[in-house]
Every structure is written in C-alpha cells, then in structure tokens.
Design a protein around this ligand. Structure first.
Ligand code: KG4
Ligand code: ZN
Length: 344
C-alpha cells in the first residue's frame, strides 16, 4: 500500500456499550467490526462500570479484527480517529487512551470526533469508490439515539447547528424504558419495532408533550406510558401480555409521529431540499417508512443510512475523521475524553 498517497484511517468508537473499530481507505470503508455487550441485558440498561470493563476486554481484539479484515497492517495507518464524546466517561476513556497510545507509538496524527456529528457523517460512508449515497448541503438531519434527539441544520460537513433538541430524555430511552416496563429485553427499541409489526397502532392513544419551538420532551411520555400500563393492569393483571403487539404499535407510532411533527415544522422554517435521518433509533422500520412519506409529501429527497451505520459503529467515526483530516483538524496528545461536548 502506498502510504504517501493513501489516507488510511483507523476509527475507534467506545462511547456507550459497543466497542467498534473500522478502517477507511481514501474515504471507502474496508472493515467495520463491532463487539456488542450482552452483559447489560439482565439489568435492563447500560451499567457504566461494566461497559468500560467490557471495552477494555474488547478493544484489542476488535482493532486487530478490523485491520485483518481490511488487509492493512498497523504501520500502514496514516491517522487515528476516536470518539472523544459525548457519552459515558468510563467508556470514552478506554477508546481515547487506546487511540492516544497507538498514535504516540506509531507517530501518526490523532483526530478527535464528536459522536453526534459522526452519526450524521454516517451518510457519507462509501462501501465502493463509486457510491454516492450522501445528501447535498445544506440539509436537515433528525438524529435520534439512546442519548440524544436533535434536529440539526447541516450547512457543511463540519458546520452544524442544533435547531431542535430534547429538553430531558432521548427518544431511544423512551423506547427502552417502555420495554423495561413491559418486561422486554434490552435494548427494547428493536424488540418493540418487531412486536409492532403484528399490532394495531390505533388501539391506544397517548398525548404530545409540548416542549416549545422545535424541541421535544420524552420524560413525560415515559411517565404517561408507565401510568397507562399501571392503570390498565389494575383492571386486568394480564393487560400487558394480552395486548403486547397493540401496545407496542400504538406507542411506537406515537413516538414516530411526535418526532416527525417537529421535523415537518423545521422544514418550513429552514428551507432545504434534502432530509436525513441518523442515530440508533433510525433503524426503526416505522420511522424509516414515515420519514420517507413525509419527505415525499414535502418534495424533499430523503436519506436513511444502512442499519449497520445507524447504530453505534466506528465506520462513522472514521468518516468524520476523514472530513477533519481534509481540514487539517488534528488533536494533540493532551486531549481527553468528555461526557458532554456541545455540537456547535
Ligand atoms: O445510536 P445508538 O446505537 O447509541 C447511542 O448513541 O445511544 O442508539 C441506541 C438506541 C437504543 O435506545 C435502542 O433501543 C435504539 O437505539 N434502537 C431502536 C431500534 N434499533 C435501535 N429503537 C427503535 N427501533 C429500532 N429498530
Ligand atoms: Zn450513538
């Protein structure tokens, strides 16, 4: 491999409970390896201490597997991009320390990546040189994950402005918490998605919290859901079990229409031709369908990443790193992980 001409970026993601490494060669992804942490399932949510410990165990094998799959040796790397935040501090520290040590030992540049920007950059990941899946600038991106819910005005690859956000919990938490109440596994988002397929989305109704402007509030919706289940189980203790598919379909449909209500408003305030969806919750089949319908009705082109690039992955971190590399945005070795980093 010609290291003078090629850009070979190792991406490292460890912000929550997925340890991931990817190799991006001249903007094309050659490997994207992720180790999920099943340890959290029995607790119904991510346990930060267990997550950082699992990252410690997984990081070396995951990076080795990504290099092997891409047929690249560690000496071929031209830079290392890692998630600096936002996320769980103990988890971020593992990826950050690993990236810093490797950069020091190889004498190659380090690139610090913002996890939420990287979710948006997932749209620009190419699997083949000729792929061109990306939205045109400027565009609006609805970024929905386990930790964030944001409507982002994306002017340029590195110029983004949050125009709507949750004032409390994220929509992913609203899925996961409802799953916990119903006794489903963790993360509950994909389970609710699956169960909803055989349910009636009009069977039960919920209300929309008003968080003002283009903002969201999911904390009240979680409580609304808990009270709804409690109230009905007082009348019939098998209520949840007997109505599981309809409850999931109704709740999921409500969350999706709440998300899209504000997105539609934002398009009226900020005019653009392209609309994008990003983050773990964008793997939701109902959201993907309704998002495309909304785009069509507004005359906008819609962009949804492949499922493997929606949930946390290192290919998006390497992609973000590529944008930063092009602008000469490198970090020095004094950089440290941060649980909270503003987007703009
Ligand atoms: O982006 P992500 O992988 O991690 C964070 O940065 O948070 O998002 C994880 C979230 C979890 O809350 C999970 O339940 C949700 O994404 N999720 C889904 C689906 N797949 C993952 N939610 C709804 N439907 C899905 N199919
Ligand atoms: Zn994420």
């Amino acid at each position: 491999m010609n290291v003078d001409k090629d850009s070979i970026i190792l991406g490292i993601e460890s912000s929550c409970d997925d340890t991931s490494a990817a190799i991006l060669i001249n903007g094309v992804v050659h490997s994207n390896v992720t180790a999920n942490q099943s340890i959290h399932e029995k607790y119904g949510g991510v346990v930060p201490e267990l997550a950082s410990r699992a990252h410690q165990e997984n990081i070396v094998p995951v990076v080795s597997a990504a290099l092997k799959e891409a047929k690249v040796s560690v000496e071929d790397l031209t830079s290392i991009a890692f998630t600096r935040g936002p996320g769980l501090l103990g988890s971020l520290l593992v990826g950050t320390s690993f990236a810093k040590s490797l950069s020091l030992s190889l004498g190659i540049p380090l690139i610090e990546v913002h996890h939420m920007k990287a979710h948006i950059h997932a749209h620009f990941i190419k699997e083949k040189k000729e792929d061109n899946p990306a939205p045109n600038f400027p565009f609006i991106c609805l970024t929905v994950s386990g930790g964030h819910t944001q409507i982002v005005w994306v002017e340029e690859p590195l110029k983004m402005k949050v125009i709507g956000t949750t004032i409390d919990d994220a929509v992913g938490e609203a899925f996961d918490k409802a799953g916990k109440i119903m006794g489903l596994g963790y993360p509950a988002g994909p389970i609710i998605d699956q169960l909803s397929k055989d349910g009636d989305s009009n069977k039960f109704n919920f209300t929309y919290p008003n968080a003002g402007e283009l903002n969201y509030s999911f904390s009240g919706l979680k409580t609304q859901f808990l009270n709804f289940i409690r109230k009905n189980e007082q009348i019939n203790k098998h209520f949840c079990k007997e109505n599981l598919n309809d409850i999931c379909a109704s709740y999921q449909s409500h969350l999706v229409s709440y998300l899209l209500k504000n997105l539609e408003k934002s398009i009226k305030n900020y005019s653009c031709k392209d609309l994008a969806l990003a983050g773990g919750v964008s793997a939701n089949s109902h959201l993907r369908k309704e998002f495309e319908k909304l785009g069509k009705s507004l005359g906008c082109k819609t962009f949804v990443p492949k499922i493997s690039y929606c949930t946390d992955n290192a290919a998006m971190i390497a992609m973000s790193g590529k944008f930063m590399e092009e602008k000469g945005c490198f970090a020095d070795l004094s950089t440290s992980a941060s649980a909270r980093i503003p987007m703009d």
